[in-house]
Design a protein around this ligand. Sequence first.
Ligand code: NAD
Ligand code: AKB
Length: 316
Amino acid sequence: MEIEINNILVIGANGQIGSVLVPALQNIYGKSCVIASDIYDNGDANKVFEILDATNFDALQGVIEKYKITQIYHLAAILSAKGEKNPQLAWEVNVNSFINVLEVSVKHDIKKVFYPSSIAVFGLNAPPKNTPQNTILNPTTIYGVSKVAGENLAQYYFTKYGLDVRSLRYPGIIGYQSLPGGGTTDYAVDIYHKAIIGENFDCFLKANTELPMIFMDDAIKATIKLMQAPIENIKIRTSYNLSGMSFSPEEIYNSIKKHYPNFSIKYIPDFRQDIADNWVSSIDDKEAVIDWNWSPNYDLESMTDIMVTMLAKRYK
Ligand code: NAD
Ligand code: AKB
């Protein structure tokens, strides 16, 4: 019997998701089998690490060959708000680095690739509530445009080369372990930190702007479940809708206020309001439920309980 070797490369590993996903993968596959990489070294000695700019094909290929990589989690991206400040960079990082990953994967017979898409693929013409898997994708941000391109590339490489690329349309991710990096949903992480350190919160979205969100533990659970599912269960080769919860700034504020009654919020919408106004408010993820048995564990209140407990410990 052939023994399966899992040498996993995580690209963009120092970011909000990577810094939680890497330890989760280490727990499953062992520390020496998970190679974390990013464009900068954050000094965390608890992982095997390589500096890697994924827009550089030769550098990427060098790491694949050095560690005999068999799976890639490609997390590197410029998120929605940051992308609007520099659309060329967003395209270069989000699309061209993914093409490098796909090309190197075909060339080196990589067994599985994970590609994170986003609820940013949806625009104004998608049904805004309970948005279905198959609907019109006409995003208004360069980030959303790049993710639609990525989803189609994933499907193309699967169909043309049989490359096993799997993908999720993550909602906004909220966790206590790491800080977000330039997205429109970042407010929903920042608000907890402000409450816990006793500061008031200036919110860049309006009080009633409802968006799809998910707790970090559920996002990691979904990622690992998708990647471990039998290949015959993966029916969608663009990207799976994924749902955790949906709430507005006012609702998360009220949830935190139950723990911090003196906490106050001011609404000062900026350019990120325009981005959020073009996104949908809730997601229908029945295909994920049917195909690989997805279900989230957390709603707003249970997430808030953990967020305030863990951040209170951190700031003590
Ligand atoms: P992040 O911005 O926190 O992290 C991205 C990482 O990529 C950073 O550490 C950055 O240094 C690195 N990076 C940037 N350019 C690079 C390059 N050229 N080569 C290699 N690394 C590079 O993002 P995140 O929140 O961890 O998101 C990870 C992925 O998940 C992204 O593709 C993002 O679009 C997607 N996603 C995230 C969310 C969310 O709420 N966090 C929601 C939907 C989708
Ligand atoms: C962002 O706000 O850009 C991300 C996302 C939902 O893709 N958090």
